[in-house]
Design a protein around this ligand. Sequence first.
Ligand code: PRX
Length: 685
Amino acid sequence: TAGQRTAQQPAAKDATRNATPNAAGGVCGTLDTLLVEERVFRPLPRVMAEATVNPQDAAHARRRAEQDWLGFWEEAADELQWFRKWETVLDDAEPPFYRWFAGARCNIVHNALDRHIETVNKNRLALIWEGEPGDTRKLTYFELYREVNRFANVLRGMGVRKGDMVLIYMPSLPETAIAMLATVKIGAIHSVVFAGFSSGGLADRIVDARPRIIVTVDGFYRNGRVIALKPLVDDAISHCRRAAQDRGEASADAGIEQVVVVHRAHLDVAMKDGRDHWWHDVMLHQPSEALTEVMDATDPLFVLYTSGTTGKPKGIVHSHGGYMVGVHRTLNWVFDLKPTDIFWCTADPGWITGHSYAIYGPLMAGTTTLLYEGHPLYPEAGRLWSMVERWGVTILYTVPTLIRMLMRFGTQYPARHDLTTLRLLGTVGEPISPEAWVWFHKNIGRGQCPLLDTWWQTETGMIMIAPLPVSLLKPGSVTRPMPGIEADVVDAKGNSLPPRTGGYLVIKRPWPAMMNTVFNDRQAYESMYWSQFPGWYFPGDVARKDDDGYIWIQGRADDVIMIAGHRVGTAELEAALASHPAVAECGVIGVPDDIRGEVAKAFVVLHDDVPPIGGFVQAEDLESELMEHVRRELGPVAVLRGVEFRTQLPKNRSGKIMRRILRAEELGEDTGDTSTLEEEPFYLR
Ligand code: PRX
C-alpha cells in the first residue's frame, strides 16, 4: 500500500501566478502546494465486510444529499426521537441565523438517556471511568439515568429554570457528564470550563456567561499531583465581585447563587455557608425520576468557549435539535458504531470533541464511552495502551499532539500491551503530519485499523470533512466532506480553485449542528464567520484539494507564510520537518525580513534519543541539516531562516501549537490573551 513521498518540482506548477502578495496575511491570493504525499491505504476486506455504510451506500448517500439535501438531513433526524416534529427542516429566513428543525420539540437528553431505559440498552454500560490513581467506576444506562435525574432534582431545587446558565468547572469525572446531562434535562444551558484554566480564565467566562450555579470539584489528580480546583472558583468569584464593585454595581457573589462541590481528592476546602454545598449532601434522598423539559429544537443547549488559538475566547452557542442530529449521524457514519463497541475519545469534556464524541454522541448511540481523569503519560508512557487493553477499547479517537508525544517514546510501550481489540482510530484538532499518521496506523492500529482524520471545529459542532471506514485513505488528508456537507476551496473572490492550488476552505451550505451565534454577540457571529464570503461559512482555515478531490488542510489562514513570493501553509512546512527522524514536534511562523518581506522560522522539539544540543550534536549542524531536509522535501521555495530548539512549544489546552505566541515572543510583542494557554507543560515525565 505504500507509495513514495516526493517533492514536487516548483517548475511543474504555476501557482506563483496566482499568488497575490499581501503583507497583512489576510484573505487574499492562493497558496502554493509544496508537499505531495503519495501513499494510499485501501480498506482491508475485513473492514469492508464489517462496515454498515459500504462504498455503494456512501455513494448513494452523496447522490441523495446532492439531489435532496434537506430530505437527506430529515432522514437523519428521523433516526432520533422528537416530542413534536418540525414544521420545516431548515428555516433560512434570516441568514446566517439558520434555524434547524424549526417548530420541533425535543430534548437531547431524551435521546441520550431516557429512551434507552425502555430498550435492551437499559442495562448496558453507558460509561466507564478511570481515575488517574487507578480507581474506576462503571455506570449502566439505567444507573446514569438515575444519577442524572437526582442531580436534575438538585438543580431544580436550587431554583434553576429553563434558559438559566450552569457553569461546570470540572475535570473528566462521571459527575461532569452527570451535571451536563442534568442541566440540559431541565432545560438549562451548560457552559463547561476546562479544569486546566486558571481562576482568571474562569472569571472571564463567568462574566460573559453569567451563570447562577457553578458545579466544581475540591480537586483532582493530574500527573501524580492533586490539583485543587475549588479555591480557584472562590478566587474567580472574588475577582468578579471586585470588578463589579469597581463598575459601581452591587453583586454579592457575581450572580453566583450556589456552588456544588464534588468530593474527589479529599481536600479540606473552604465552603461558604449557604452558597457552597457538597455534591453528596445535596444528592442524598433525591428522587431518581425527573421530568425532562420539552425544548424547542432551536433552544440553546450549551455555550462553549473556543480554545482560541488566535485571540479572546468566544462563547459558541449550540442548540438541541440540529446538534443532536448532526452529532448522531456523523458518529454513526464515521465511527460505524456497533453494539459491542467500547468507544474512547480521549478529549476532555471541556472541549467540543468531549461534548460531541465523548458524551452526547456515544450516549445517543447507546454505546459505551470511556472517560479518563488524568495525564496521558502517568505513571508512564504506556498508560493509554494499558487502558486500551484493560477495557478492550475498540475505537480510539485522539489528537495529533498526543500521537506526537507518544511517538517520542517509540514502540516499546505499545508493544507491551494487547491492542488487538482496536478496530478504528481517529484524530482531530490539528493537521496530522503524514509521518505521525503512518506511525499511529502501523504501531497502534497494527496496519489493520482505518485511521479517520476528521476535520471540524467548536463552531461546526460535528465532524464535517472525514473519511468513512471504507474510504481510501491518504496520510495527512481529511479526505472528503461528509455526505450532506458542501465544502470547497476558493480564492479570495470565492472562485473554486483547481486541484493542487491552495486557498480558503469554505462551507457552502448550512449544516444541522452549526453554531447558532456567539453568546452575547450576534454581530461577531456574522462578521467573523459570514462576512468574508457572503452566503458561505468561513472557518478560517486554508486547504487544497488533490486530483481525487481529497482535501488537505494547510493550516490557519492567519498563519500563512509568504516566502519569496510564495504563500504557504504552516502545515506543509511542519509536516516536512516532522518527517526528519530527529524532530518530535515543531511550529513554523513567518517573521518580517527587511529584504524578503517575510521569512519562515521553525521552533523544534527534538526526539528524546537525540543527544542534547551542546553535547554531542552541534546545534548549527542540526539546524543546517533540518533546513536542508525541508528543502529536499519541499523544493527550493521552502527556505527556512533559522531553527530554534526548544524543550516544549506553547500550546493551548487542547494541545494545539500556538503560533501566535511564538510569533509575539519572536518579535518581542505582547503575547495578547493567553488565557487558553496550557499552564503546565503538557509534556511532563
Ligand atoms: O484549524 C482547524 C483545526 O482546528 C480548528 C478548530 O479548532 P477547535 O474549535 O478547537 O476544534 C477542534 C476539534 C473539533 C480548525 O479550524 N483542525 C481541526 N481538525 C483538524 C484541524 N486541522 C487539520 N486537520 C484536522 N483533522
